[in-house]
Ligand binder design. Structure first.
Ligand code: 5GP
Length: 180
């Protein structure tokens, strides 16, 4: 799992990671948040609250949470045989997944500075007040994430950060092979 505050670059690193590390399957979340202008159309499955809550009632999510007024959830994963599931979610969701699947690996991705974090959110078109809300929420997100994550990676450069995260994944896989 990749967790971290808005503007950390989780989505970019997650994409780079699946392109680089074989056998990783990136889950596609559902959200009630409207698409951002310029957001990849496959970034989420965009649904209304009724559709989201219907899936909750069917027990169709591994986890779900409300984040800044919108609902986000991970559909029960169905990766190809032998693939590891990669989730890019908030800390509330990560806590639920760790409770259900205690062997999960949680990696906290943080921006190199508050200035870079804000610039990234502005660059993707978040309105100024949204950036401000997400920066405030981000402080609490990082505080809670540090209690959950086994590793923390600074996303100062996507290539470098992806290499570091890939190393953590490979190390976890080796440890798992030794224990099986
Ligand atoms: P954003 O609106 O910036 O795309 O996402 C807001 C927050 O929700 C981010 O921290 C993101 O990682 C998180 N998020 C995205 N998908 C999910 C999900 O399926 N479940 C949970 N719990 N959080 C998610």
């Amino acid at each position: 799992m990749l967790i971290g505050p808005g503007g950390a670059g989780k989505g970019t690193v997650a994409q780079a990671l699946v392109a680089r590390v074989p056998g990783l399957w990136l889950s596609r979340s559902w959200t009630t948040r409207p698409p951002r202008t310029g957001e990849r159309p496959d970034a989420y499955v965009y649904v209304d609250t009724d559709a989201f809550m219907a899936r909750v009632r069917e027990d169709g999510f591994l986890e779900w949470a409300e984040f800044l007024g919108h609902l986000y959830g991970t559909p029960t994963p169905s990766p190809p045989l032998g693939f590891d599931v990669l989730l890019e979610i908030d800390v509330q969701g990560a806590r639920q997944v760790v409770a259900k699947r205690p062997g999960s690996i949680v990696i906290l991705l943080v921006p190199p500075s508050a200035a870079v974090q804000e610039r990234r959110m502005e660059a993707r078109g978040d309105p100024a007040e949204e950036v401000a809300r997400r920066v405030v929420a981000g402080h609490e997100e990082v505080r809670q994430a540090r209690e959950l994550a086994r590793s923390e990676v600074v996303n100062d450069d996507v290539e470098r950060a992806t290499t570091e995260v890939a190393g953590i994944v490979e190390a976890a896989r080796s440890a798992r092979r030794e224990h099986s």
